[in-house]
Design a protein around this ligand. Sequence first.
Ligand code: ADP
Ligand code: GLC
Length: 476
Amino acid sequence: MKILHASAEYFPYIKMGGLADMLASLTKEQAKTEKVYVALPLIGSMGKEPNWTGKEYKSILAEDAYEETVAVSLLRKARFREADESGIKLYFFDSELFRSLDSIYGTSDEHYRFAIFSYACYALSQILQVDVFHAHDWHTAMSLALQKNSSHSVPSVFTIHNLAYQGDHPFWMTGFLKEDPFRLVTSPFDHNDKCNYMKAGILSAGQITTVSPGYKEETLREPNGFGLSYALQKRGFDYTGILNGIDDDEWNPKSDKRIFQTYSVTNWKEGKEKNKKELYREIGRPHLPLEVPLIGLIGRLTYQKGFPTFLQAFLERRHLPHRYVVLGSGDAETEKAFFHISDVMPDVFYFYRGYNESLAHKIEAASDFFLMPSLFEPCGLNQMYSHAYGTIPIVSRVGGLRDTVEESNDIKFKTGIVFEPNDAGSLGYALERAKDLFQSEEKRQVVQNIMQLDWTWTKRKKEYDSIYQKAISLLV
Ligand code: ADP
Ligand code: GLC
């Protein structure tokens, strides 16, 4: 089967969050048995130089190439450049719209850039004559509306990674979608008087998936449907939750080159202790005690991730012996608060502002616990990375976190600490339970449990296979 994915992110080329990791790891698994292609934008600053094959493809279909709109002329000038990534073919959309960007998101004309990119992905699916077209998140959702309208449409799947970002724009900004080469009737995509790209994907795709069964259930009701639960309910029979997998070549303490010392389930105690010691040295706090819990936090500092709740719980439970290492960037107020705490309590709290892939691995390896106090979490990858590194996750009971972490009373099944409701009181109590667990005999068993969990794609890839079959059968 020939599968074309369309995405704004793909690790290690363009990564802003979990979408990049999810797609790189899923395609790696799919490529073992299928022909896998990925369409991506080519931006100015990439995480890795692509391995170009020299082949190029048009980004507009011949039948659409003659009209004189701005969009058509941009697409005529652009092209897809092919690169090889261990047998997966990457198609980088080389266009003046993206070439100068240092970062993929955040410009005020995203609605335009991503619509043009979506058309190009749709065109590529026809040019490559793929069997399945799989688009991810709102950035590529308009390609599904184009597929649906096309007389030679390709079976399509839309994966929602995060409903909080919908690409909704006032209609006056999206009038170009009525013109060539789009020719779309956009009124069904109306949501709150705006043209909503996410809704377009939901209404147009053959099949819809999201990244965990728990999140799927949550999105069928408000507030977690972010206003689109009615559209998802309408497509209920074609909507499935499939848990993300992880890449155990990238995230594996036995072989990770980014950490200070590799380790496995048989020597995790010494391995993690060495990593903790070296991390403390690297962050300029070599005197910190090794025998008290280290709690790691990594993530985009956005509303979703619940950091203000953590701050409140942290201040309320200052008597706890825990040390904290936090890596992230985003919301300015949260950054300011973290800098302030690390200034006044340097022996308790360390904050690294920014994006740092190596440090993320080192924190996973060094920490005893990993905290994710998310208000909502479609899947979340770090709790699964934590399991692999023998780092006990402390998570709020939402979305993919509740599908992957269980605070069972039966020690054989305990895989972390789970709190609910998501407020400072219950998070604080979870931090207390972490202290007790750290000091107890149970800790060894829990670490053994989690390091033996299998979160790889091997089993879950098949769930996508059956969604692809459904999408194909809809068009036959
Ligand atoms: P989301 O996609 O909502 O950000 P996920 O848990 O799915 O959340 O994935 C986040 C990914 O991004 C993880 O691989 C995490 O380690 C990484 N990440 C987030 N922030 C940073 C950062 N500041 N530095 C390095 N890696 C980060
Ligand atoms: C999104 C979600 C996150 C998920 C990731 C990959 O960014 O916020 O929960 O793990 O996509 O699917």
